[in-house]
Ligand binder design. Structure first.
Ligand SMILES: Cc1cc2nc3c(=O)[nH]c(=O)nc-3n(C[C@H](O)[C@H](O)[C@H](O)COP(=O)(O)O)c2cc1C
Length: 141
């Protein structure tokens, strides 16, 4: 059985909710999932993962200079990701994610490709399109 780890950083709970929402779609596709905050997750948790989704809230000046929070960056830049693991990103925001995803990608060791899935939400819920995209994405492996 394939498995996914969903790691989030959340101050107010929206990104946490989004992480659980992503997990529920993956569960529907038959994956086992573990959802944890950057504080709860250890590198060992990642070593057997087929998928890792990294999520963070959008921090910036509302219309520009969006970037992940330092706590997220510190955790993500320090972990070793197995070569075969597929990565996905998710973020919540209020107005615009702007440079958020490019800044997130820059932090993740070994992730150069622009094709990493990016899921975003204001409410912490997945849109119908994203649910369908996510199901196809994990269903393909
Ligand atoms: C200090 C601060 C800066 C923020 N900057 C942005 C921003 O630049 N763009 C945006 O769309 N939302 C911005 N937000 C809104 C949050 O990204 C949004 O409310 C997010 O869903 C919070 O996630 P959480 O509930 O998981 O903490 C900011 C919030 C805070 C507290």
């Amino acid at each position: 059985m394939k498995n996914a780890v969903i790691i989030y950083q959340s101050k107010g709970g929206t990104t946490k909710q989004f992480g659980f929402e992503i997990a529920s779609i993956l569960n529907e596709q038959g994956l086992t999932t573990r959802v944890c905050s950057v504080n709860e997750c250890s590198e060992n948790d990642l070593q057997e993962a087929d998928f890792i989704f990294f999520g963070c809230w959008t921090k910036g000046l509302m219309i520009f200079a969006q970037h992940p929070d330092r706590e997220w960056t510190n955790f993500v830049s320090s972990v070793k990701i197995p070569e075969t693991t597929r990565i996905g990103l998710f973020a919540t925001y209020k107005i615009a994610t702007g440079t958020m995803f490019s800044r997130m990608r820059r932090v993740i060791p070994g992730v150069k490709q622009n094709s990493v899935p990016e899921l975003k939400s204001k409410s912490g819920q997945l849109s119908k399109e994203d649910k369908s995209f996510l199901s196809n994405y994990v269903g393909r492996l």
